[in-house]
Design a protein around this ligand. Structure first.
Ligand code: PXP
Length: 392
């Protein structure tokens, strides 16, 4: 272990993704060409940091990061060659700074780890302006290299075939069949199939879900309300994952995200049942930090960020504001240990910036693709969406 991370008990209650931060420390040593070096990184609270600041720098109050390069002593103590030293980081201060900078806690902690380690590697911004510039450039470069979180270069594309069933239900017959449509989507390259089995069965029917379970070769994601009847069906059908959404009888489509905060107990119960059955649960939420925290608290595996407000924005400013919110929330959720999907309202024109966000693993798209399919055929429509998503 080249980097030894230590976590003060005082910060035990904070939702830190320790694995991710540990990986970033190790990766950083590699990037600095110091893979054989030994470094200790200690994450503390403000009071503990203030004590070190007072003791070693004679300064009052906490600071964000302190570096102590390992040095040999006059009394003959010789530091082993590979020992670089210690970095202390106050998570409390990092948290305040993250809020001030409108960024996530893990992003700020990563910046502080880089800063501290560069000091150990011999960089010093206080020596001269040129040196400060050199260090700043290196910090930015390392930050870019460290934050490449998605294991695939591009997001997966899951196609929602609900609206094939909507057309079928308009005449109450058997055509077009969403099960056949799902196969065509997969043939065209879709990475997954999504269906929403609504309580009122307005489009997808129980028969569709049962058949899809047998025919889908990629991944079947069952969207559903958190109600006993549908929970039982999910446990019987065993989709590859479920996505819990709020559901209102009168809405045309899912209107807002799930209020996980207000429904934590019920949602937590369903997640526990699904976990026993081995079904991962995604929660469809608005891009909101409090909902991310609630999703973490109930032990969800995924969140799906609602992109509706971004897609419906009427001005560039509004769209940009909504986009930034999705970007920050995706980063926050990912760095807190959640896997992140996104969807709702995405089409051929607005999908690209969302697809380019590195923290988003999968996009769930329905209406735009099924609408285009009427004109160009389903396989073409899926291929065109894949091209739009994958030209990053
Ligand atoms: N994700 C969720 C949770 C949804 O409810 C829907 C709509 O069914 C979608 C994604 C897909 O939205 P759209 O049909 O607008 O692409």
């Amino acid at each position: 272990m080249p980097v030894h991370c230590t976590w003060s008990p005082k910060i035990a209650s904070l939702p830190l993704n320790r694995k991710l931060l540990g990986q970033r420390c190790d990766m950083l040593l590699h990037l600095l060409g110091l893979a054989r070096a030994e470094v200790s990184v200690v994450f503390l609270d403000d009071a503990e940091m203030a004590a070190y600041n007072e003791k070693y720098r004679k300064q009052q109050g906490p600071t964000n990061v302190l570096s102590f390069p390992a040095v040999s002593h006059d009394d003959g103590f010789v530091v082993p060659e590979n020992e670089l030293g210690d970095v202390l980081i106050s998570v409390d201060t990092a948290r305040r700074e993250a809020v001030g900078q409108n960024t996530s806690l893990h992003h700020r902690l990563t910046e502080l780890i880089i800063h501290g380690m560069l000091h150990l590697a011999g960089y010093d911004h206080e020596r001269s302006e040129a040196e400060a510039m050199r260090m700043w450039k290196e910090e930015n470069l390392l930050l870019q290299k460290l934050q490449q979180p998605r294991s695939v270069a591009m997001p997966y594309l899951a196609i929602n075939v609900d609206h094939v069933a909507t057309i079928r239900q308009a005449r109450g017959g058997s055509e077009p069949d969403p099960v056949l449509a799902a196969s065509l989507c997969e043939l065209a390259g879709a990475d997954g199939i999504v269906v929403h089995l609504r309580e009122d069965r307005r489009h997808i029917q129980d028969r569709d879900v049962l058949l899809l379970r047998q025919t889908v070769k990629t991944r079947l994601n069952l969207e559903m309300a958190n109600v006993p009847e549908i929970v039982d069906i999910a446990l019987e059908v065993m989709p590859d994952m479920i996505t819990l959404v709020p559901e209102k009888r009168k809405e045309l489509t899912t209107e807002g995200g799930l209020d996980v905060l207000a429904n934590a107990k019920k949602v937590g119960k369903t997640i526990a049942k699904m976990r026993k059955a081995g079904i991962p649960v995604s929660l469809f939420i608005d891009p909101d930090a409090a909902q991310v925290q609630a999703a973490l608290d109930v032990s969800a595996t995924f969140v799906e960020l609602h992109t509706g407000r971004y897609c419906e924005a009427r001005t560039m400013e509004e769209q940009d504001r909504e986009f930034r919110l999705i970007e920050q929330t995706a980063e926050l959720a990912y760095e807190s240990g959640l896997r992140v999907n996104a969807g709702h309202g995405l089409d051929y024109r607005n999908v690209h910036p969302i697809a380019a966000l590195p923290f988003i693993e999968e996009l769930s798209i329905g209406h735009a693709v099924i609408s285009r399919a009427v004109l160009v055929g389903l396989e073409n429509a899926v291929r065109e969406m894949l091209a739009a998503v994958r030209t990053i």
